[in-house]
Design a protein around this ligand. Sequence first.
Ligand code: FE
Length: 258
Amino acid sequence: MVPDERKIFDNGSHQNILLEDYGHGEMVQANVHFIVDNGQGMILDPGGHKVFKHLLSEIGGLIGIDNLKYIFLSHQDPDIVAAINGWLMTTKATALSSVLWIRFIPHFGVDKLVIDRIKGIPDEGTIVRLGSTELYIIPGHFMHAPGNLQVYDPVSKILYSGDLGASLGQDYIYVENFEEHIQYMEGFHRRYIPTSKVLKAWVRMVRELDIETIAPQHGAIIKGKENVNKFFDWLENLECGIDIMEDVYKIPTKTFEG
Ligand code: FE
């Protein structure tokens, strides 16, 4: 049984579930999202080895392993891709990744038998069919990875934003007060997003979509159009990356103390 607070959306035939958080200890907190339409599933950013077997059995219980159709990889980081070989060996799913990472992902150790089931998505994104609906794979490049994709689900109106919207340190699943929440997002976005120019271009694109919820890969979920719009406004005006850290490019003078 999925607890209500982990069901982001459910209309009977279509569900959007935030899977149980099995990652503790030294790992950065990571959300693993799951979309089901008419019994077919897509898992998003399934993470590494420590969480793999727990997630696999959770999905087995929810829809049956053979009904997992897609493994979506927003970018190439280990908290997203590290267990990809296990996922491909134990399911029939197809993995979707930016075409930029197709020759890098095999370094995580991918068996020859399954490597052809990792498919490269071009920079402009695409549309994939899940159950009786279509999901939009949209460009999220440079946020933070140069090849970075996101998923928009038009049924639930959820935008799965990957690392964009990531927050660290708060103790709630859903954002109530956006202004209060900024403090948990700010550090990550200022350091990991390379330039404010990319944020402006992205916001221009996503404002064309009907979005009720932003579901990032780390931290709290932003629900409701008012908060979603506040998030877009905040991003549009955020200074980040090279725009604020040109000063760092100096030869170091201090010895590393360990
Ligand atoms: Fe990342």
